[in-house]
Design a protein around this ligand. Structure first.
Ligand SMILES: *Cc1c(COP(=O)(O)O)cnc(C)c1O
Length: 382
């Protein structure tokens, strides 16, 4: 069996996890948390990086920081993970879904402006598969309309847009260190990036249960107290220690994933465009091989291909069911404009296994099986 995912593990994590276990402080904001945050602040050149227990919680913090209230509208693609929407729905927002571009599966920047109303507070962009949205256009709309941009960069660590790292462009950004992402903090984990300095001090308060405990520990005040709404958005030190081990090996993990991505692309490219559609990376984007996906002509063929691959013990999978067609999405959001591509393209998409540690013969077996699956099913009609 070649699984769809294995959590990244380099062997470098153990020493830090054990050090955290033996230290006198395992709760939030210990040495490893601070080291990870400093790493990101340098890497992204951002004023504040705050580790969280998940990307979901980083998005929840963003929604609180933007003061989302009942009736506010937040624009996002429908082709995304539930947390992108839920974080804002929890604060009372109505979600306004916009169609994706078929080439990248990212929100179609040309359709965003038409979705803006006087209730719009933010646009949440999702960098699908670690490939950037068209950020110049998005940031320009946000500036002109006086709204905020949150990057859901859960899949985007180490990717770039016009040379700028993802997560450094919007007013805020959220990363995930879930075990399915390129880097993990031991299963679950996340990060909130603040690029707009007006949010920095309140972010620290919200993360510390609504108290000014962070300022107290820095000696800026002599007692700490309840000052705002908030929750427990701090991860423990074991998570941070595991992540720190991976941060020392980011380039190695990135290179290994990229090798797999390129092997798939080369191994399947002669099947395009007749049998499959290959992934597309715009000129302005640098990818991180978070995901290798391709598209088949129809959902019928996809179902047959996935069945073939499953019988061959290859962990190939489809992806999001568009949120606007889900029971909660119908109630809590609306689709602005026409769903030209979101549903149609999501039904054609197949993802292949990409994980650190995949051996060359495993990569080759995936390619061979995909080729056989397509040969076997090419007689099917869409
Ligand atoms: C994984 C993912 C999330 C959620 O991340 P968690 O760390 O599991 O909360 C949110 N958005 C996108 C686009 C994701 O891929």
């Amino acid at each position: 069996m070649i699984p769809f995912n294995k959590p990244p593990y380099t062997g470098n994590e153990d020493k830090y996890v054990i050090a955290a276990m033996r230290s006198s402080k395992m709760s939030g904001d210990g040495d490893f948390t601070l080291k990870c945050q400093a790493w990101f602040e340098q890497f992204l050149a951002c004023p504040k990086a705050l580790l969280t227990p998940s990307c979901t919680q980083a998005l929840e913090m963003a929604a609180i920081l933007l003061d989302i209230k009942e009736g506010d509208e937040v624009i996002m693609p429908s082709f995304t993970f539930v947390s992108t929407a839920n974080a804002f729905v929890l604060r009372g927002a109505k979600i306004v879904f916009v169609d994706v571009r078929p080439d990248t599966m990212n929100v179609n920047e040309e359709l965003v402006e038409a979705a803006v109303t006087d209730k719009t507070v933010a646009i949440v962009v999702v960098h699908y598969a670690g490939i950037s949205c068209e950020m110049d256009t998005i940031m320009d709309i946000a500036k002109r309309k006086n709204i905020f941009v949150v990057e859901d960069a859960a899949q985007g660590m180490l990717s770039a847009y016009k040379g700028r790292p993802l997560g450094s462009i919007g007013h805020m950004a959220a990363f995930s260190f879930h075990e399915t992402k390129n880097y993990t903090s031991g299963g679950e984990g996340g990060l909130l990036i603040i690029n707009d300095t007006q949010f920095v001090s309140r972010a620290e308060v919200i993360r510390e249960k609504g108290t000014n405990r962070s300022q107290f520990f820095r000696g800026m005040i002599d007692k700490y107290t309840w000052v705002d709404i908030g929750s427990s958005y701090l991860p423990g030190e074991l998570q941070a220690a595991y992540l720190y081990g991976q941060l020392e090996r980011v380039d190695e993990i990135n290179a290994a994933r990229n090798t797999i991505w390129v092997a798939y692309f080369e191994g399947l490219k002669d099947l395009a465009p007749d049998f499959i559609e290959l992934p597309f990376i715009p000129e302005s984007c640098t990818g991180n091989a978070h995901m290798f996906y391709f598209k088949l002509p129809s959902i019928t063929i996809r179902t047959a291909v996935l069945r073939f691959l499953s019988e061959a013990k290859i962990g190939a999978v489809f992806h999001y069911i568009p949120l606007h067609s889900s029971p909660a999405g119908k109630k809590l959001g609306r689709f602005n404009g026409v769903d030209t591509y979101t549903t149609k393209e999501s039904e054609r998409l197949v993802r292949l296994p990409v994980w650190f540690g995949m051996r060359a013969e495993e990569i080759q077996r995936v390619i061979d099986c995909v080729r056989s699956a397509i040969r076997e099913t090419s007689c099917l009609k869409g």
